[in-house]
Ligand binder design. Structure first.
Ligand code: HPA
Length: 279
């Protein structure tokens, strides 16, 4: 069966990125969530990215992310011997764009040969074990009601969406750096909600009963696209708040993300120096 025609925004972004890369390889793509992107690529960040160029998403013909705390560019550089593209901000479906537009930059980087995807996101804690400010490794996801970037008969297996070898590597780095509880990060199920509103207490309880540990408005559909393209995947949530509480605000979410950035950047700097093939 022929592949379905890509969305024009995705096809256009791919042409422009190909020209910018001019044949240069990509090992990893890193997508940054709320409050994470700008600091991640800033001078002195623990990510340790040596920047070669920056391309605003607008120059890929894409809408700029409108959510406060999201960057608006692709940044290309090296971490050790790995070639990395950092997407400093996300375009979410709740901003009014089709899922193909939200994932167009990722689709372009995957089509240009990226072999690993690192996802970061702010998330609300559903599990009572989680404490705001904590980093958690995503081990699985619930996208039952969420958007998918896949169309046509792409019946991809999702039995191990978040690459087990990457989760082990993240735990080893956490142990070396004493992150989390005694050098171990919790591994969580990320439940997708469309947003932009936060959850009611009833929704929070429903997601908990479905098996979610954290909840957020992104991430799952990017993992699905990367899996369909054969890339390995790692995901880290910053638990920014307890989900479903009275008075929750985006500024609280951003503040917690900012505070977690040094540990998150150091964790990713070490992880992305590794091989995305992860066999
Ligand atoms: N719910 C959904 N998305 C989020 C939350 C939340 O509580 N916190 C950060 N992103």
């Amino acid at each position: 069966m022929d592949a379905l025609k890509p969305h024009p925004a995705a096809a256009n972004a791919l042409e422009i990125l190909k020209r910018r890369l001019n044949g240069a390889p990509i090992d990893w793509v890193l997508i940054c969530g709320s409050g994470i992107g700008k600091g991640m690529v800033a001078e002195g960040s623990g990510l340790g990215l040596k920047i070669e160029w920056t391309l605003p998403l607008a120059e890929l013909g894409l809408p700029a992310p409108s959510v406060a705390g999201h960057g608006q560019s692709l940044v290309y550089g090296t971490i050790g011997e790995r070639r990395v593209v950092v997407q400093t901000g996300r375009i979410h479906p709740y901003e009014g764009h089709p899922i193909a537009v939200c994932t167009a930059a990722l689709a372009a980087t995957l089509a240009c040969g990226a072999r690993g995807l690192a996802l970061t996101c702010a998330a609300g804690g559903l599990s009572p074990l989680l404490v705001p400010g904590e980093l958690a490794i995503i081990r699985d996801q619930l996208n039952l009601f969420g958007p998918t970037p896949l169309s046509g008969p792409r019946f991809i297996p999702c039995g191990a969406l978040y690459t087990p070898a990457h989760r082990e590597r993240l735990q080893a780095i956490a142990a070396e750096r004493g992150l989390g509880q005694g050098g171990r990060l919790r591994e969580v199920v990320y439940a997708h909600v469309p947003g932009p509103q936060y959850e009611t207490p009833a929704e929070t309880e429903a997601l908990r009963r479905l098996g979610g540990d954290v909840v957020g408005m992104s991430t799952t559909y990017e993992a699905l696209l990367a899996a369909a393209e054969g890339a390995s995947i790692l995901g880290i949530s910053v638990v920014t708040n307890v989900a479903g509480v009275v008075g929750l605000s985006h500024s609280e979410v951003q503040e917690r993300s900012d505070a977690a950035l040094p540990d998150l950047a150091a964790l990713l700097g070490a992880a992305l120096a590794g091989d995305p093939s992860a066999e």
